[in-house]
Design a protein around this ligand. Structure first.
Ligand SMILES: *Cc1c(COP(=O)(O)O)cnc(C)c1O
Length: 354
């Protein structure tokens, strides 16, 4: 695909890249030389530019800071076998971004601005894609309301920005998960399906409580009965039970429709598993564990890709998993990484040239 939109670009005089060691780089801490910025005003997008990464000058009355109209996306770019920059399934993130925007009463971002802006930015900073296995350039598009006015109403002005952060393996160690049955993340009719900033703000307390008990994250359950599992912090969750890969369905709007979730399900199907997207209760999970047919549990998400779960705790019942013996999650993880880094055929057309 050829980038078509003409975007005013100001380049840095000196790249920060030479000061940085991309090996063992912490997630989300360093940003590339450039950013894309655009303003929504009077019903149209304007001031679209790529410029040196820099702080924003914002009013204390900025609407987003008070009432939380803020959404984001997470996408990754990789270096292909041909040395070119490729972005993983960006169209899916573009669509989801506008689904989130609609739910938060924010304007749609045109495909041209989102896709061409992202491609041109990634292309310009393509040297920032670390050329190492399991490394990538994390792309963070986001939008927030920018009216300078503290009346409660949808803002009239918005800012859309894309920044880039080189990243290595995220949670590489298997994690311990606490099944949450007091606090809730999302309810039917709520904003669980939107990648809204507030969903994260409101989940931190419960996660902190779980951390005090020695767990890394919580597995959210439904708000009414605390019986059906939903997702984990920043990840969707997949259970391998017998020859089935089972994951909560997206129907109730309480779960984020993860691109990695969809990719993992596609690859699990290719590996011969029967895919079931449906309500999955904690009772069924425990029963399968006791019967010895709950083989693997893992999280999926752009930041972490596939994260193995070595312990799952529900009340006083603790399920342990010997992740060293697993076959399925490691295979899916390897296939996914190999497709992204150009070592496996991209038969689903997931990689898009920047
Ligand atoms: C982003 C996100 C995911 C994972 O989605 P991907 O598209 O795979 O990155 C899962 N759950 C929540 C709550 C998220 O915000």
């Amino acid at each position: 695909m050829i980038a078509t939109m003409d975007i005013a670009t100001t380049k840095v005089e000196r790249s920060k890249l030479q000061d940085l060691n991309l090996e063992n780089i912490p997630f989300g801490k360093y940003f590339s030389d450039h950013m894309l910025e655009a303003d929504y005003e009077n019903g149209e997008w304007k001031n679209i530019e790529i410029k040196p990464y820099q702080p924003l000058l914002l009013s204390p009355s900025l609407a987003a800071l008070h009432y939380g109209q803020a959404i984001f996306e997470g996408i990754k770019a990789y270096k292909g076998a041909d040395g070119e920059a490729y972005i993983f399934r960006p169209q899916d993130n573009f669509r989801r971004f506008n689904v989130s925007a609609e739910r938060m009463q924010m304007p749609q971002v045109p495909e041209e601005l989102f896709m061409d802006g992202m491609k041109q930015l990634v292309e310009l900073d393509s040297k920032w894609i670390p050329d190492m296995e399991d490394h990538s350039l994390y792309i963070r598009p986001f939008m927030f309301s920018s009216d300078e006015m503290i009346g409660v109403r949808p803002s009239e002005k918005y800012k859309f920005i894309i920044i880039l952060s080189p990243s290595g393996p995220y949670y590489n160690a298997p994690i311990r998960i606490y099944v949450e049955e007091q606090y809730v993340r999302a309810v039917p009719g709520g904003v669980g399906y939107a990648k809204a900033a507030g969903n994260y703000g409101s989940s931190m307390y419960a996660t902190a409580q779980a951390k005090k008990k020695g767990y890394d994250q919580v597995l959210w359950t439904d708000a009414f009965e605390h019986k059906y599992v939903q997702e984990i912090g920043t990840m969707n969750v997949i259970f391998i039970i017998g020859n089935k890969a089972i994951t909560p369905d997206l129907g109730s709007g309480t779960i984020l429709a993860g691109v990695t979730r969809d990719s993992a399900l596609t690859l699990l199907k290719e590996a011969g598993f029967t895919i079931e997207e449906r309500d999955l209760s904690i009772d069924e999970i425990i029963e399968a564990y006791k019967a010895g047919i709950l083989y693997e549990v893992f999280g999926t998400g752009t930041a972490a890709t596939i994260t193995y779960i070595k312990e799952l705790r529900y009340k006083d019942f603790v399920m342990h998993f010997d992740t060293d013996k697993w076959k399925t999650a490691p295979t899916v993880k390897k296939w996914l990484t190999d497709i992204r880094e150009g070592r496996r055929e991209d038969k689903y057309g997931w990689m898009v040239k920047a």
